[in-house]
Design a protein around this ligand. Sequence first.
Ligand SMILES: *Cc1c(COP(=O)(O)O)cnc(C)c1O
Length: 384
Amino acid sequence: MLPVYLDHAATTPVAPEVLQAMEPFFSRAFGNPSAIYTIGQEAREAVEHAREQIARLVNADADDVYFTSGGTESDNWAIKGVARAWGDRKNHLITTPIEHHAVLEACVALREAGWEITFVPVDSTGLVDPDEVRRAVTPRTGLITIMHANNEVGTIEPIAEIGAIAREAGIPFHTDAVQTVGKIRVDVDALNVDMLSISAHKLYGPKGVGALVVRRGTPLRPLLDGGGQERGRRGGTYNVPGIVGFGAAAERAMRCGAEEMERVRALRDRLVEGIMERVPDVMLTGHPVHRLPNNAHLAFADVEGESLVLSLDAVGIYCSAGAACSSGDTEPSHVLVAMGIEPRLIEGSVRFTLGKDNTQEQIDYTIEQVVKAVQKLRSLRVKG
Ligand SMILES: *Cc1c(COP(=O)(O)O)cnc(C)c1O
């Protein structure tokens, strides 16, 4: 049996056409895009082409796309960069308790610098109520940051509505769209966002490259001061192969994303139905409708999520208990706690996130193996 990779929210394999696009920029076309001679200019053109590919994917202006080292840097830049731009004129930000750690920890860093943070609550499906955001706004509010879709439970937030509230109040609005770009339609205009974070490795691109899309006029200071790259807003020699791969991944997503996701959605539904029909005491966590098409987050009563993940690993199935970045962490998921999920179900939570190469055969195999593993773990628990 081939390995069954079901952890696409953690990372995705580099697509063959992405790797192919990157290859020359490791070897023949190694020039520095900031140099004026031919191989420099060739690299420069490739970077600018990638910028256009990414802009097209999210309906942004290419001039508004800034390359970064990934989602974490983009999130940190948006949050700390806006705070620095305000100076002491603003000192309050609004976010949610279910953000990725890249956002949460950047907010905590601002708190140490004197900012006050309001965490608007989420309901039991992980959904934010835009009215709660409206109520949290004060004259001191300088930033709203709310993720487009949650990386654990897959809930998609009402970003366009929240963005309209932010715009009306004149408050810069950032969204972490790392989990949505390439999976569902992301349009920076329709979403009313001022800043949007993307990471290439979540959409079949390489690791270590991403972008922050910044609408003109957004108050944002640099995070990385340096050699004037990215129109003076983000220093550092261009990661040319990474950026080229990111562009190719964006192009690929535009070409086959929608069709691919419908196929993935059907497989995801098959997985969820297959497991829920055959395993008693299991709950689908997150929103039943407003959720990523590739996400199945299941909470098994009387099972330890990590044990289930390890049992499945032994039969070639890769999934995760909680977010990948916190594995090995014994703390319960901050997302599930904020959603008010019972501790005994939090403990038994497992996330399956599907991708382009998964097949029906793999999903049927996974259902079989989950049924077996849960039975075994539950019987051991009773005996123990
Ligand atoms: C993966 C992820 C990040 C971090 O992106 P990196 O490129 O790995 O730094 C940030 N936010 C969300 C929602 C993610 O899923």
